[in-house]
Design a protein around this ligand. Structure first.
Ligand code: ADE
Length: 246
């Protein structure tokens, strides 16, 4: 999968992309990331990429010319892939969107800075807008890294265990069950006996129930759309849950 990332601060991507799983994904060829400095396409003496808003008011707005030039030079016109603007005004990123994006073989990411981008960029260049949550960051660079990370770990061969991404929190519609590793006792805190039982049916049942319990406690909103079986609902009811539609 190839990402073309357009930013005014492309240097911020290097250390994260050159670490751990994302580095290995690039070494194996599963991930190919190209970063570009939008400023390289600004043609005036000062390489201006932003300007004051028409109509007044505070803040600066990213100018259209360097961005159009950057994207059209790198991707061609029209671009052969989605052009995604990272902005607090986009659709809110989640695991379903990560799966959806992982189906593409190429994505262009546009990192906004300052107050916003000129509206003509949204209207005529951008094909999708994504927000990573209802809060405002100083730019789209961290959101772009979040998106690259979440999508890359879904690509075939990137995680050691091919099923790992299927059990993740959110992939199943529930939060994930608790995990433990050695030692079995630490500062007098033990681990649940069932995990040492070797009975895999019991372990699966315990994990499912713990996922349900954790989701009920921390993210009850997820239960409204999770794929729940009758015994899940019975278990949740035993914990005090009342389904919305009952
Ligand atoms: N740029 C600034 N804040 C953002 C957010 N929450 N999501 C995506 N891009 C952003």
């Amino acid at each position: 999968m190839r990402f073309d990332i357009f930013s005014l601060f492309p240097e911020v991507f290097d250390s994260y992309l050159n670490t751990s799983i994302l580095k290995r994904a690039q070494d194996s060829g599963a991930l190919d990331v190209h970063t570009y400095n939008i400023r390289d396409w600004a043609t005036d003496k000062h390489h201006t990429t932003d300007d004051t808003p028409y109509g007044g008011g505070g803040g600066m707005v990213m100018k259209p010319e360097p961005l159009f030039a950057a994207i059209e030079t790198v991707l061609g016109d029209p671009p052969p892939c989605p052009v995604i603007l990272l902005t607090p005004q986009g659709r809110r990123f989640n695991q379903d969107i990560a799966f959806e994006l992982a189906n593409h073989d190429r994505l262009a990411l546009l990192c906004g800075r300052y107050e916003s981008v000129d509206e003509r960029i949204r209207q005529h260049l951008v094909t999708d807008s994504i927000s990573i949550g209802d809060y405002v960051l100083t730019g789209g660079e961290l959101p772009a890294l979040v998106l690259v990370d979440a999508v890359t770990r879904l690509l075939p061969g990137v995680l050691g265990d091919p099923d790992a991404a299927m059990d993740d929190s959110h992939a199943t519609g529930l939060l994930e069950y608790p995990h433990y590793t050695r030692p079995p006792e630490f500062r007098n805190w033990t681990i649940p006996d069932v995990l040492l039982s070797g009975n895999h049916a019991e372990i699966d049942r315990w994990r499912r129930q713990e996922a349900l319990r954790r989701t009920l406690n921390l993210r009850p909103d997820l239960l409204e759309t999770a794929d729940l079986q009758e015994d899940d609902i019975a278990y949740l009811k035993s914990l005090g849950y009342t389904p919305k539609n009952s």
